[in-house]
Design a binder for this molecule. Structure first.
Ligand SMILES: Nc1nc2c(ncn2[C@@H]2O[C@H](COP(=O)(O)OP(=O)(O)O)[C@@H](O)[C@H]2O)c(=O)[nH]1
Ligand SMILES: [Mg+2]
Length: 285
């Protein structure tokens, strides 16, 4: 729970049998996560046994692909704050607190894995992947005039329920470039977002998406093609702009929740009175 909002984490799983148990427990250990949803995407045998008893809810998506698994997770939670992640040991449960802290100000918080200080030894983030992700992200930033973007492929991110409600009908990609489509739909809808550094560690087991340079190269080109298609209006659809889609912008709502100047003055008076009664010298100094 974060400021009265329910928090869910979605873990798609395909080949993470040896790390998923630890991942689920680490995210619950933050004390901030209400529900971990494991989407079993024809996962390695033994995965369900590892998930059992962790408190996570396991659901099954037989349509293969990262995007299909995430969409199934999104459609199976009503949490107000939804975090996408991976249970392969690359992300840290501790970073949930960073995503949540920024969710107070913006409805979407993207992670980035290209900040040098946060890349741990053994992480699959060599020069090619780091600069490749950075370059496609910068291309997107310049083409759309967005806030800073430095990673096109980070899969740890947070979306509010309102943001998901707005973009969900436009999410169509079942494969690995689902992540960039989420980013592009957020941009196209004018949803405010920020990108923050995530710790990125070595993976447990083999990566099947960016493990080989050839696969990463192909995925990179698919991402570039997707960004350009959106920019050229080839994915033109009717979209409701964020400002019209949300009745009250989150920031305005939070301001309503803040104590007004009157109650702040009362609080200051109370503190003064208490300090006064305990130690007069403190006030006089
Ligand atoms: N390769 C693959 N990954 C899937 C599939 N469905 C879900 N995933 C998830 O996609 C994520 C990325 O895969 P991974 O092998 O870790 O690639 P990497 O993050 O690029 O190293 C993992 O969390 C997988 O569980 C699928 O059909 N194939
Ligand atoms: Mg991974």
């Amino acid at each position: 729970m974060w400021h009265g909002k329910r928090v869910a984490v979605i873990f798609p799983t395909y080949n993470e049998k040896d790390s998923i148990r630890r991942a689920v427990l680490a995210y619950y250990a933050t004390g901030l996560v209400d529900e971990v949803i494991v989407v079993n995407n024809n996962a390695a045998p033994g995965t369900s046994e590892e998930v059992a008893g962790t408190g996570a809810r396991e659901i099954f998506e037989t349509k293969q692909g990262y995007g299909n698994a995430l969409l199934c997770g999104i459609d199976n939670t009503d949490a107000e704050l939804v975090i996408f992640s991976e249970p392969d040991g690359t992300f840290s449960g501790h970073d949930v607190i960073k995503l949540l802290a920024y969710s107070d100000d913006v409805p979407v918080v993207f992670g980035t894995r290209t900040t040098r200080e946060f890349i741990w030894q053994g992480a699959n983030m060599g020069k090619f992947l780091r600069w490749g992700n950075w370059a496609v992200a910068k291309m997107t930033e310049v083409l759309y005039g967005t806030t800073i973007l430095t990673d096109m492929g980070c899969t740890q991110r947070l979306l509010s329920r309102e943001a998901l409600r707005v973009i969900r009908p436009h999410l169509t990609i079942g494969g690995s470039h689902f992540g960039p489509q989420v980013l592009l739909e957020v941009i196209q809808h004018g949803i405010p977002f920020v990108e923050i550094p995530m710790n990125y560690c070595a993976r447990v087991g083999e990566s099947s998406v960016t493990g080989s340079i050839w696969k990463a190269w192909k995925l990179g080109w698919r991402m570039i093609f997707l960004v350009l298609s959106y920019r050229c209006g080839l994915v033109a659809r009717e979209r409701t702009h964020w400002r019209e889609a949300t009745v009250t912008p989150p920031r305005a709502r939070q301001e309503e929740d803040q104590p007004g100047t009157e109650s702040l003055a009362a609080l200051a008076r109370e503190v003064r009175e208490r300090t006064d009664s305990k130690s007069g010298t403190l006030l006089q100094r």
